[in-house]
Design a binder for this molecule. Structure first.
Ligand SMILES: [Zn+2]
Length: 306
């Protein structure tokens, strides 16, 4: 079983029939499923968001909410999952606490069969242990589902003017300091599995050390692997090895962040690399990274919706 634990899809055209402006790459559910089929990927974690979840990203791309609202929404994610119910686990965001009804929205998505939640604290201008996020972790616990946390440390630079990040950056000394705000969350919700997206977005050694302390903390390797190179991706492999050396092999998961990291025809080689060339792992361990760990991460949850 091969599972890509970090994927997004966007409607290819807006309501006026214009091509989507968010990504230069193909973005539709069909495009991604064709990629899965070509690369031998069985399932994926489909992470969906609303424009207001990622305002800083739109700002950086010089796009408005209006520009993307027809193509970036929960309805399209639901449509794609309904079309391919055995291929996708749903991890909806759509929960920026700036919306007064964010908890109701979240509950509605969990009732629909979401496999977990995707939370982007810095985009919301919040630290991971902010009081406004705690009810979301409680909902994940109540529904027995998992949480994907994207810390987006790489945008928390001093003096940043990005929405959300400009409020969090002055509160965070360094990556270890940011992780110290994840600590009370993963401790209190020790029965909830957390995935640090992009292997935490900070230094891999720090991420590895952090993961070694909490058995409910997983990480995906998207945006870290294959690191812009070709098969057998030596730099990507060494990044992966350094993470696994500290974190162990049982909570590190294959993920691509398609379509941001589109990979195109390379996807098959990435899978082959993890299946064959990552020789610092045994074949059984490679199977864990490619899918076994993801199955454990989602627990009882099945792909598809209710
Ligand atoms: Zn992503």
């Amino acid at each position: 079983m091969i599972i890509d634990t970090h994927v997004h899809v966007f409607r290819p055209t807006d309501s006026k029939g214009q091509p989507q402006k968010y990504s230069p790459n193909p973005t539709s559910g069909e495009d991604y499923v064709a990629t899965m089929d070509a690369a031998g990927i069985d399932r994926a974690f489909l992470i969906s968001f609303s424009p207001d979840d990622i305002l800083a990203d739109l700002e950086a791309k010089k796009l408005t909410v209006e520009d993307v609202k027809d193509v970036m929404n929960r309805e399209y994610a639901i449509e794609v999952i309904r079309r391919y119910p055995d291929r996708f686990y749903w991890f909806p965001c759509h929960l920026n606490p700036m919306n007064a009804d964010y908890l109701e929205r979240t509950q509605r998505n969990l009732d629909l069969g979401a496999a977990g939640l995707k939370i982007l604290p810095s985009f919301f201008g919040l630290l991971p242990d902010d009081d406004r996020l705690l009810p979301l972790y409680e909902l994940a616990q109540k529904y027995n589902v998992s949480v994907i946390l994207d810390l987006s440390f790489w945008y928390l630079t001093k003096g940043t003017t990005r929405a959300g990040f400009r409020d969090v950056a002055p509160l965070v000394k360094d990556y270890a300091d940011l992780l110290s705000h994840v600590e009370p969350v993963v401790e209190e919700f020790s029965d909830v599995n957390f995935q640090l997206a992009h292997a935490g977005t900070g230094d891999l050694q720090e991420t590895g050390k952090f993961m070694s302390r909490y058995t409910n903390v997983f990480a995906d390797i998207s945006a870290r692997f294959p690191g812009g190179e070709d098969y057998p991706f030596p730099k990507g492999l060494s990044a992966l090895e350094s993470l696994i050396t500290l974190a162990g092999v049982e909570r590190v998961m294959f993920g691509t962040d398609w379509p941001h990291f589109w990979q195109g025809g390379k996807m098959k080689e990435i899978v082959r690399c993890l299946a064959e060339a990552a020789t610092f792992m045994t074949p059984d361990e490679r199977a864990l990274v490619l899918g076994g760990n993801a199955l454990r991460f989602v627990g009882q949850v099945q792909p598809g919706l209710r």
